[in-house]
Write a new protein. Structure first.
Length: 342
């Protein structure tokens, strides 16, 4: 891995989750000086400690809702990945106040603690659901983004560069649909689909890590980064999982769950107007204008007319063969292939 944080100390909030633990492993495989992991799950921490057995791994038991526990994990840190969050759409619909406490208040604690510790760069992980949010999880993540951008806007000369990465569905991450499909196939159950025509971006865990490293390398205060990604319908994805595992299951349509969208949006039209194309990535710079709106009353802002949102419906669409090729290299798919071949 091309590692822009070589020889440094990196802190990861939510470091025992799918994204966080993948980042921990990649960093420890390189030449970082140390990795600080802050999480509230002592069982997962113990599992991570046992699996990795690396003295550079420093585990901190705490919660981003608790400012003091965050500050302890930031001592001597150069870079921070903020991955801790409540991410499940249905649970946030039933407990929106909990989403606010973790995703908004907790993120503010991380930003404040990172700045107080003199951290060089902080990347906050966000989601497509923050764009035109229709559910509590997306609304809380949108406010997290605004909190990060407001800090960058209000502290332009501060020691810490605060930026944001936004991504869609991360394939095979905890709680995502591919592990569910695999579990259903193992049990001989029908594959459950919410809506066959629903589309989702497809990004691997490794690609999500690369997005964060790209932000560390290229971010200016308040920048938002998105990785370009292909997409497919949920039906195509379900059929692809079944095909690569050599199964021919039945399919059952359940209907849309609480707070789900038909298509994901990674960048709104308003953001696409300002986006800079960086090859595999889009960079949206911070709108650093002041509150002096009178400066814009007469002239306003010129916008091209033909730019639209960047969504899972208008990005590159994968057919069944393309989806099979994309998912076949996933470790969870390869493990299931070995198990089902016995």
């Amino acid at each position: 891995m091309n590692n822009p944080v070589s020889g440094t100390v990196v802190a990861i909030t939510g470091g025992t989750g799918s994204f966080g633990s993948t980042m921990v492993r990649q960093l420890l495989d390189s030449d970082v000086a140390a990795v600080h992991v802050l999480s509230r799950d002592e069982a997962k921490q113990d599992q991570l400690r046992t699996e990795l057995a690396d003295r550079r791994l420093k585990l901190f038991l705490g919660d981003v809702r608790d400012y003091e526990s965050v500050t302890e994990s930031m001592v001597g840190v150069d870079f921070v990945f903020h991955a801790a969050a409540l991410k499940q759409v249905p649970s946030c619909e039933f407990f929106p106040e909990q989403a606010v406490r973790t995703n908004v208040d907790g993120s503010r604690n991380v930003i404040r603690a990172a700045a107080a510790a003199g951290v060089r760069s902080l990347v906050c992980l966000s989601t497509d659901k923050a764009v035109y949010p229709v559910n509590a999880m997306g609304m809380s993540k949108a406010l997290m983004e605004k909190t990060a951008q407001a800090w960058a806007r209000n502290h332009p000369d501060g020691p810490t560069t605060v930026s944001i990465t936004r991504y869609g569905n991360v394939m095979a991450s905890r709680g995502s649909v591919i592990p569910l499909f695999i579990s259903q196939l193992r049990k001989g159950l029908p594959l459950t689909i919410t809506d066959p025509d629903m589309t989702r971006f497809l990004m691997s865990l490794d690609e999500s890590v690369e997005l964060v490293l790209h932000a560390f390398t290229n971010a200016q205060p308040g920048d938002l980064f998105v990785r370009k990604a292909p997409a497919c319908t949920i039906e195509v994805l379900a059929r692809a999982v079944a095909k690569v595992l050599g199964q021919n299951p039945e399919f059952k349509v359940l209907g849309t769950r609480h707070g789900e969208k038909q298509h994901e949006t990674l960048l709104s039209r308003e953001e696409m107007v300002h986006a800079r194309d960086q090859g595999d990535y889009f960079r949206v710079p911070l709108d650093a204008r002041s509150l002096e709106y009178e400066l814009y009353f007469e002239e306003g802002e010129q916008r091209p007319a033909q730019i639209g949102d960047y969504t899972s419906a208008n990005t590159t669409q994968l057919d069944l063969d393309g989806a099979c090729e994309l998912i076949s290299g996933l470790p969870v798919i390869q493990a299931a292939q070995r198990e089902l071949a016995r």
